[in-house]
Ligand binder design. Structure first.
Ligand code: CMX
Length: 134
């Protein structure tokens, strides 16, 4: 059901500031910044092979802002790619996963996403992610 790690979400104070490390030092390329008002974040992706790092910058009080205030910058979630998010959620719920989202919500780049609560997944905020049809 799970295909690969789609991305690792990293909470940062400012994407522009994070560019110094990811672009100048690591030599990676950061995509354009996309704003997701429903999630109170700006995001930018850094492709690495089949996977990505997603930089998350808070734009208002929300999950990422709260995370940074509490823990500082760092890994905020791991996103796992699935083919069919509704059936993956149903299967995982039946097996005991506790989802934050009752049903999938809109993620960056037209994806459908849903989060599993870190309290039920060993302290890791897990996101399921279904990519849009091309
Ligand atoms: N990873 C691991 N643990 C986390 C966490 C994270 N990202 N965020 C919160 N927690 C832990 C906290 O440390 C806290 O633990 P303790 O009770 O032991 O202190 C507990 O979860 C509750 O945290 P909180 O600060 O009180 O935060 P809330 O309960 O208000 O919210 C959560 C936590 C996970 C429900 C909320 O952050 C959420 O709904 N997240 C999903 C949405 C999201 O993160 N969106 C941003 C990504 C956007 C994108 O990729 O498109």
């Amino acid at each position: 059901m799970i295909k690969n790690i789609d991305h690792i979400g990293v909470a940062v104070e400012k994407i522009e500031k994070a560019k110094i490390f990811f672009e100048n030092i690591l030599g990676l390329k950061i995509s354009e910044i996309e704003e997701i008002p429903e999630q109170n974040v700006k995001v930018a992706f850094i492709p690495i092979g089949e996977s990505k790092i997603e930089l998350l910058e808070p734009i208002e009080d929300g999950a990422v802002s709260k995370f940074i205030k509490k823990k500082g910058e760092g890994i905020q979630h791991i996103s796992l790619k699935v083919d069919n998010i509704e059936s993956a959620m149903q299967d995982m719920k039946e097996k005991g996963a506790v989802f934050i989202d009752e049903k999938p919500r809109q993620g960056a780049k037209g994806t459908k996403i849903a989060f599993i609560h870190p309290k039920s997944s060993h302290g890791v905020l897990v996101e399921l992610c279904e990519l849009p049809d091309l």
